[in-house]
Design a binder for this molecule. Structure first.
Ligand code: 5RP
Length: 228
C-alpha cells in the first residue's frame, strides 16, 4: 500500500487561509496582515474579492499583493473600525497571546489589529506553543536607541541582535530597526509587553498579549483546528 504523504507546511497554510474566508463579513472592509500564510490568504481572497470593498494592510508587501488582485487598500487613518483582522503569527499560546514580527511588520500589525473587532490568527500547528519565547522576540526600535535597548534586554537575561539585510541593518516600512531577542523567559506576556513598551526608543515589541487573537485557525494534518 502506498503511504499517504503528510501535508507540507505550505499546504497547511493554504488550508487555514481558505478557512479564514468564513470570517469575512460581506461588504465590510477588512484588515490584512503580513507573511507567507497571509500571502496564501490573499490568494484565496482573490476568489471572493467582490465581497471585500477594501482592505487596510499591515505592510507595503501585502498592499502590493492586495492591489495586484484588485482590492483597494485604504490608509488606516481613513477607517474607524474593522470587523476583522486576519494575520499569521510566529508563536501562539493557548490563550491567543502571540509573538509576531518575523516579517518585520509588527508595528503596523498592532495598529491594524487595534482597529479590528476580532483578530483571526492563521497558522500551521507548529506555531502553537505552551509558553512563548523560543522564537526570538522581534522589537522595532528607533536606530539611536538600539544599544541602550540591547543592554536593557541583557539585564533581563536576553541576547538582542540587530536584524540585518545583507550587510546593512534591516530598515522597516517605518524607517526603524529590528532587534531579535533570544533567551527570554516569557512567563507573563501581558506584563512583559507592558514593561518593554515603556522603554525609550522602543517603537513596538512583538508580544501581542494586549491585542491577542480571539480566534486561532491552526492547520493540522487532520484539518483545521479552531482555538477560541
Ligand atoms: C510578520 C508577522 C507574520 O505574521 C509572522 O512572521 C508569521 O509569518 P508566516 O506566515 O510567514 O509564518 O508577524 O511581521
Amino acid at each position: 500500500m502506498t503511504p499517504i504523504a503528510s501535508p507540507t507546511q505550505d499546504e497547511l497554510k493554504a488550508l487555514v487561509a481558505q478557512a479564514a474566508l468564513a470570517y469575512l463579513v460581506p461588504g465590510q472592509i477588512i484588515g490584512v496582515g503580513t507573511g507567507s500564510t497571509v500571502n496564501q490568504f490573499i490568494e484565496a481572497l482573490a476568489r471572493v474579492k467582490d465581497q471585500v470593498p477594501a482592505a487596510v494592510s499591515s505592510s507595503e508587501a501585502s498592499t502590493e499583493r492586495l492591489r495586484a488582485i484588485g482590492i483597494a487598500v485604504l490608509d488606516a487613518n481613513e477607517v474607524e473600525r474593522l470587523s476583522v483582522y486576519i494575520d499569521g503569527a510566529d508563536e501562539i499560546d493557548g490563550q491567543g497571546c502571540m509573538i509576531k514580527g518575523g516579517g518585520a511588520a509588527l508595528t503596523r500589525e498592532k495598529i491594524v489589529a487595534a482597529l479590528a473587532e476580532r483578530f483571526i490568527c492563521i497558522a500551521d500547528e507548529s506555531k502553537l506553543v505552551e509558553k512563548l519565547g523560543a522564537f526570538p522576540l522581534p522589537v522595532e526600535v528607533v536606530p539611536m536607541a538600539c544599544e541602550h535597548v540591547v543592554r536593557r534586554f541583557q539585564a533581563l537575561g536576553g541576547t538582542a541582535s540587530l536584524r540585518m539585510r545583507g550587510s546593512d541593518p534591516l530598515v522597516t516600512d517605518n524607517g526603524q530597526h529590528i532587534l531579535d531577542v533570544r533567551g527570554l523567559s516569557i512567563e507573563d506576556p501581558l506584563a512583559l509587553e507592558s514593561a518593554i513598551n515603556q522603554w525609550p526608543g522602543v517603537v513596538t515589541v512583538g508580544i501581542f498579549a494586549h491585542q491577542r487573537a480571539q480566534v486561532c485557525l491552526l492547520g493540522t494534518p487532520k484539518g483545521v483546528r479552531t482555538l477560541s
